[in-house]
Design a binder for this molecule. Structure first.
Ligand code: FES
Length: 306
């Protein structure tokens, strides 16, 4: 455990038997199963080539739901924890050049992306915003890695990130990878949608977009499971995931808030009513995948590849 900045602790995780850890790619996250029973998702921010250590960065959120308080306040060096994953819903697509935009603790997935971009010889630039320099983690590591490619932009010194410049870069063909607080990601999403460039914006969120109607609000719908032919009725006050589980079907999940992508399922027929915070506008328009934990349907019936 290491205090990286004000309120940010990094944790290095190793297998108890020293065995190699599962492979992962930049943008991946793990579920951390805390001793209290809480399960929280954290992006991996170490080096994907290091098969013996996983590193995460955890921001203390005193008004959060308790996970970060447990990490900061109760975990101790050497303590045994279980994890699930890694999984990746924010993968870096092969490209010649990248513009990374991080806000606060959103630097964690971006740090491993920058490391890999550097390793493969891609052009890359990072705009790293944060409340104040003292609260921004991994600054010296990034500067050593990037050597001029990294701009550290604390709000109390230089103001907010220049979103227009980011849109201009995207208009010139650049793909943007961004992670950070909802206020930043919402503003970026709105600008990119306005400019018709949503396909060039790749985001990862820590919390669901609000307001979204809950998964358990809507009309009754019927779900057909294509592989078995089973039909399951989803009542208005229940999620598709909940109804499928109640009918005895196993559905893997992690966040159950529409942000991690673990329950993504192919849609073979019907139109999903997307309520997740993960799919891009383009992916929504194609309508061939959906998150079962939060999304519902615009048609009375959905046929799923299950
Ligand atoms: Fe995370 Fe559904 S379980 S998106």
């Amino acid at each position: 455990m290491r205090l990286e900045a004000e309120g940010v602790m990094s944790l290095e995780l190793q297998a108890t038997d020293g065995a190699p850890l599962p492979e992962w790619t930049p943008g991946a996250h793990i579920d951390l199963l805390l001793p209290s029973g809480l399960v929280r998702q954290y992006s991996l921010c170490g080096d994907p080539l290091d098969r013996h250590r996983l590193r995460i960065g955890v921001l203390l959120e005193s008004k959060g739901r308790g996970g970060s308080q447990e990490v900061h306040g109760r975990l101790r060096v050497g303590q045994k924890l279980a994890i699930r994953g890694p999984r990746n819903a924010f993968a870096l697509q092969p490209d010649q050049s990248y513009l990374f935009v991080a806000g606060g603790i959103g630097i964690t997935p971006i740090l491993s992306m920058a490391r890999v971009a550097q390793r493969v010889g891609a052009q890359w630039q990072l705009l790293y915003g944060g409340r104040a320099r003292r609260s921004m983690a991994f600054v010296s590591e990034l500067q050593a890695l990037g050597q001029g490619r990294v701009e550290i932009l604390p709000t109390d010194e230089v103001g907010l990130l220049d979103l227009d410049a980011i849109v201009v870069a995207a208009a010139a063909g650049q793909h943007i990878y961004s992670c950070g607080p909802a206020v930043l990601l919402d503003a970026l999403s709105a600008r990119f949608a306005e400019a018709g460039l949503s396909e060039r914006l790749h985001l990862e969120r820590f919390a669901p977009v609000v307001p979204v109607p809950g998964a358990g609000t809507g009309e009754t719908l019927k779900v057909i499971l294509a592989r078995s032919g089973a039909e399951v009725e989803v009542p208005p006050d229940c999620s598709i995931m909940g109804a499928l589980r109640a009918a005895g079907h196993q559905i893997a999940s992690s966040c159950e808030q529409g942000i991690c992508g673990m329950c993504e399922t192919r849609v073979l027929d019907g139109i999903p009513d997307h309520r997740d915070s993960l799919l891009t506008e383009g992916e929504r328009a194609r309508g061939n995948v959906m998150m079962l934990c939060v999304s519902r349907a615009l048609t009375p019936t959905l046929t799923l590849d299950l």
